[in-house]
Design a protein around this ligand. Structure first.
Ligand code: APR
Length: 234
């Protein structure tokens, strides 16, 4: 029985039609990061920020899990140890793939940068499902002084589930990083924790990431090809 941790980034959803972050123009849907993805931006211009996330949320209706998401769901269904899937993605494509193919008992999925289809209250932090648009001053059902904002970890905020993730990394036998550039911390440092734990470490990406030399192995190509190929080893 082996303990597995897999980290995914936007590269795994690229072939589903969800844009990656660090594309050549450096913009997200025409905006600079600091204008739409920081707490300061939300305080300055809540209408712009809510509109940006409303549009990203609406785009999810037009995309489907691809062969890479489905290969991980199939792996989760047959894996007999612990399997923590950590995604930096705020889309729901992993969730949908695992709903189609229910995982074995040791599986857990965590969204460390939040989820587009959830919102949270600025006064209490309580999280609520959010299938549709949010208004600039969307009242919170949880507190009279709160508003609902996208449940997204913005730049300058602390990623979610870090205790759970670090515990799993410290006892994993295999760590696989898929479709992430390794430009954003703390996810970029997960390979070091796995190396320290003595795990086999593998990178699957379109091209070598910033931290590629820290991995034991790298397999390079589109996720819909390299992920099913890698999963077929098990
Ligand atoms: N298959 C595999 N990898 C791909 C594909 C593909 N079809 N297309 C692109 N990639 C790779 C790119 O080569 C790149 O290394 O995916 C990586 C995407 O990197 P980024 O755009 O930096 O995205 P990510 O690593 O997920 O960003 C991390 O940064 O902006 C924040 O919070 C945001 O969660 C995000 C975090």
């Amino acid at each position: 029985m082996q303990n597995l941790v897999i980290l995914t980034g936007s590269g795994i959803s690229a072939e589903s039609g969800v844009p990656t972050f660090r594309a050549a123009d450096g913009l997200w849907m025409g905006h600079r990061v600091e204008d739409v993805a920081t707490p300061e931006a939300f305080a300055r211009d809540p209408a712009l920020v809510q509109d940006f996330y409303n549009r990203r949320r609406a785009q999810l209706a037009d995309v489907q899990p691809n062969a890479a998401h489905r290969a991980l769901a199939d792996l989760a269904a047959r894996w007999d140890g612990d399997f923590l899937l950590v995604t930096q993605n705020v889309d729901d494509l992993h969730d949908r793939a695992h709903a189609e193919t229910p995982p074995a008992a040791g599986f857990e999925l965590v969204h460390m940068h939040g989820e587009l289809l959830k919102a949270h209250c600025t006064a209490t932090g309580r999280v609520i499902d959010c299938p549709g648009d949010l208004a600039p001053d969307q009242p919170s059902p949880f507190h009279p002084r709160g508003v609902l904002r996208p449940h997204i970890v913005w730049f300058g905020e602390i990623p979610l589930h870090m205790d759970r993730i670090e515990t799993a990394l410290a006892r994993c036998d295999l760590f696989v990083s898929i479709g992430t550039s390794g430009a954003v911390w703390p996810a970029a440092g997960f390979v070091q924790i796995a190396n320290h734990a003595g795990a086999r470490t593998v990178e699957l990406n379109l091209e070598p990431s910033f931290g590629s030399r820290l991995f034991d192995e790298g397999v390079y190509g589109p996720a819909t090809e390299v992920v099913p190929g890698f999963c077929s080893e098990f």
